[in-house]
Ligand binder design. Structure first.
Ligand code: ADP
Ligand code: MG
Length: 287
């Protein structure tokens, strides 16, 4: 609970059992105590540190990315549940190249990638992009500000295209070539700063938008036969919109539904993941 919540004696309704991988929610409805328990693949209790989450959930994926695979990590949950804290961190400053203990998944993944590549004296190139999806419109969080006074240029919507190889890309998206971890921390700060500015301009935008930080790595390798080969891996780190914005039925009375209140892409993502988990035929990627 936050300090504020503690000061007004907010009751604790969530309990975690890390061993049994369970989370229980206590509910009191009409004086009836109804507890519900959910089982997960892994539960991080309230004492968990950023480092624990990173080591367990992210380190294996960083290895796969360096082996040339594409991996995506999503933070999902209601607004205020700690998605941005988990992905970006608590705002602590990097000192002498050491990350603060509250650093999130993104800076930790970046540091680990560079540490591994440096240790291998690998020949590589790396680029990053940072974009936001709000109301089905894409915004480049790394685009240079063309004008300080007009917000619409740097936030012009971009088109999502297929690359013909089974992948997608965003036309005109700024991809910055980076050669050190500290460069990426600066870029991350710039991008998330932009997200926050937009938030004050456009009430609560960040709770309704997804942000996607992508790291693309090309590594040069030599096969045993002495042939040169380029391995390409990509890591997508996604801070999803608040899950309070999805409505399964989509049916609501009245026409005055606020823009973005029903987040189509989040709803579709849920459906896609469900069909993938259930192995049930058609996967609605294109909805
Ligand atoms: N594990 C944590 N430890 C300490 N503070 C946290 C933690 N997770 C979230 N917070 C704090 O709670 C508040 C809401 O978290 P935030 O990451 O902004 O939520 P979300 O992005 O899901 O809306 C922030 O002030 C954040 O610093
Ligand atoms: Mg957030």
């Amino acid at each position: 609970l936050s300090k504020e919540e503690l000061s007004i004696n907010t009751p604790v309704v969530i309990t975690c059992n890390e061993q049994r991988r369970e989370v229980s929610a206590a509910q009191n409805i009409a004086n009836k105590q109804i507890d519900r328990t959910f089982v997960f693949d892994k539960v991080f209790g309230p004492k968990s540190k950023q480092q624990d989450v990173f080591n367990h959930a992210v380190v294996p994926l960083v290895g796969e990315v360096l082996d040339g695979y594409n991996c995506t990590i999503f933070a999902y949950g209601q607004t205020g549940t700690g998605k941005t804290y988990t992905m970006e961190g608590g705002g602590g400053k990097t000192q002498d190249g050491e990350l603060p203990s509250d650093a999130g998944v993104i800076p930790r993944a970046v540091k680990r990638i560079f540490d591994i590549l440096e240790a291998q004296s690998a020949e590589y190139s790396m680029k990053v992009s940072f974009l936001e999806l709000y109301n089905e419109e894409l915004t480049d969080l790394l685009a240079p500000d063309e004008s300080k006074f007009s917000d619409d240029k740097s936030k012009k919507p971009m088109a999502l295209m297929e690359d013909g190889k089974g992948g997608v890309f965003v036309r005109g998206l700024e991809e910055e070539v980076v050669s050190s971890a500290s460069e990426i921390y600066k870029i991350l700060e710039r991008g998330s700063g932009k997200r926050k500015t937009a938030e004050t301009l456009l009430n609560k935008q960040s709770s309704r938008s997804h942000s996607i930080f992508s790291i693309t790595i090309h590594i040069k390798e030599c096969t045993p036969e002495g042939e040169e080969m380029i391995k390409c891996g990509k890591l997508n780190l996604v801070d999803l919109a608040g899950s309070e914005n999805i409505s399964r039925s989509g049916a609501r009375d009245g026409r005055a539904r606020e823009a973005g209140e029903i987040n189509k892409s989040l709803l579709t993502l849920g459906r896609v993941i469900n069909t993938l988990v259930e192995h049930s035929g058609h996967i609605p990627y294109r909805r």
